[in-house]
Design a protein around this ligand. Sequence first.
Ligand SMILES: C[S@@+](CC[C@H](N)C(=O)[O-])C[C@H]1O[C@@H](n2cnc3c(N)ncnc32)[C@H](O)[C@@H]1O
Length: 232
Amino acid sequence: MSRGGGRGHVRVRTARGRTAQSTRWLERQLNDPYVRRAKAEGYRSRAAYKLTELDEKFGFLKGARRVVDLGVAPGGWTQVVRRVLPKAAVVGIDLLPVDPIEGATLLQMDFMDDAAPDKLIEALGGMPDLILSDMAANTVGHPQTDALRTMALVETAFDFALKTLAPGGDFVAKVFAGGADSALIAEMKRAFATVKHAKPPASRKGSVEWYVVAQGFKGRSEPASEPEQEQQ
Ligand SMILES: C[S@@+](CC[C@H](N)C(=O)[O-])C[C@H]1O[C@@H](n2cnc3c(N)ncnc32)[C@H](O)[C@@H]1O
């Protein structure tokens, strides 16, 4: 590793056993101001700043009392929520184990598992007023497949929001390639007062990652009552 290129830029020499791709990744990490800032400010991931920047723009954290963090590992978003909302109940879920975060309940399980919604609500102790999803499927390197797999996660997260969110609540989710598909967006627009897309500055320019921010959940309409049987 050497310093070159001015302004403290760190250059990484390709070492034996290190691929060109991992050398590029290491160099990018070492020169990323968000990675440095996360280290200095005690955040586990640079992703923490994506949530902070989205919140600066949309203000969904203010007033939230019960928060769900889908795809929580390694925990940057939940750390932000805990710092901004020290009194809120926070429950996170991930396939991966997450080191404890004071004041948060962390479940290690697949969100796509049928049992996950009940487990989340049980751990939260009531209806969430903010559902965050930074879930991303492991990429297979085939852009369409990767986008489809992430869309399936977004759709399931949106379905969870429709079933559990408190009226007036907000839903924030990572989507790929400029946005969610138009049918999903249309459904979101029916269910929320506003639906916007944003790419926070901390989201790398080269990545296809965007976020959809849906605010002001209109609530569930009461299930239609059974029509009365006509007496014969
Ligand atoms: C980009 S990371 C989240 C980073 C996190 N927001 C932070 O600030 O540290 C995406 C996470 O989604 C998780 N994930 C993907 N599919 C999942 C699923 N089906 N159930 C639960 N978590 C999932 C991955 O394991 C991964 O940890």
